[in-house]
Design a binder for this molecule. Structure first.
Ligand code: 5GP
Ligand code: MG
Ligand code: MG
Length: 193
């Protein structure tokens, strides 16, 4: 019997599960320190679905603070590998973020469009501050400069090369999210679409 293995579609692994775990533990410690003052209210962690789901799940387990968790959905990619520009918010947050410190959790900041859009969306909802915690940052492709709200901070796990990456939540056509590592797809997989 011939079985199809998901790993066969990957050209190179950029970050192993161990590297991801180490780095996200560092980020969780930084967040714990930054939000631990006794007069600061519990932060609201807002994950950007679907890509941030694994990162968020592992991150929050390592933040030693009382907090709440919610998700928002912003669509910009369609089915290809090139961003379609202005993202739509297709699923609202459920929690009231007014007067709260929000930490937006993203899989990757690429052009900056999504984060830019979400910061103004959370500002309009009355958030006191908006921080961004992204696992990957791809500064080479940035076209939109965004400003964090209030005394919000920017937390970034790794600088990503200018390549389309998948795994650990990140997809290509909704596939490959379940890879435990992050890697680059073989070009023939892109070309199939
Ligand atoms: P931006 O709005 O910053 O251009 O991109 C935001 C979204 O595009 C990310 O949250 C992610 O879902 C998707 N994206 C950007 N670069 C990549 C990439 O290299 N791989 C994957 N799988 N998604 C990406
Ligand atoms: Mg995302
Ligand atoms: Mg995607």
């Amino acid at each position: 019997m011939v079985t199809r293995c998901i790993d066969d579609d990957i050209l190179t692994v950029l970050w192993t599960p161990e590297q991801l775990r180490h780095r996200l533990c560092d980020l969780a410690s930084e967040i714990t320190n930054d939000f631990s003052s006794p007069d600061s209210s519990s932060p609201v962690i807002v994950g950007v679905a679907t890509g941030a789901f694994l990162f968020l799940a592992d991150l929050v387990r390592n933040i030693k603070l009382p907090l709440t968790v919610d998700f928002v959905r912003a669509e910009s990619y369609g089915s290809g590998t090139v961003s379609s520009g202005a993202p739509k918010i297709s699923c609202d947050v459920k929690l009231d973020v007014a007067g709260k410190h929000v930490i937006l959790v993203e899989d990757i900041v690429d052009t900056g469009n999504t984060v830019f859009r979400l910061i103004s969306y959370l500002e309009a909802k009355g958030a006191t501050s908006v921080s961004v915690c992204t696992l990957l940052d791809k500064p080479a492709r940035r076209t939109v400069k965004f400003e964090l709200l209030g005394d919000g901070k920017f937390y970034s796990g790794f600088e990503c090369p200018d390549a389309f990456v998948v795994g650990y939540g990140l997809d290509f056509n909704e596939m490959y999210r379940n890879l435990p590592y992050i890697g680059v797809l073989k070009p023939e997989i892109h070309n199939r679409v």
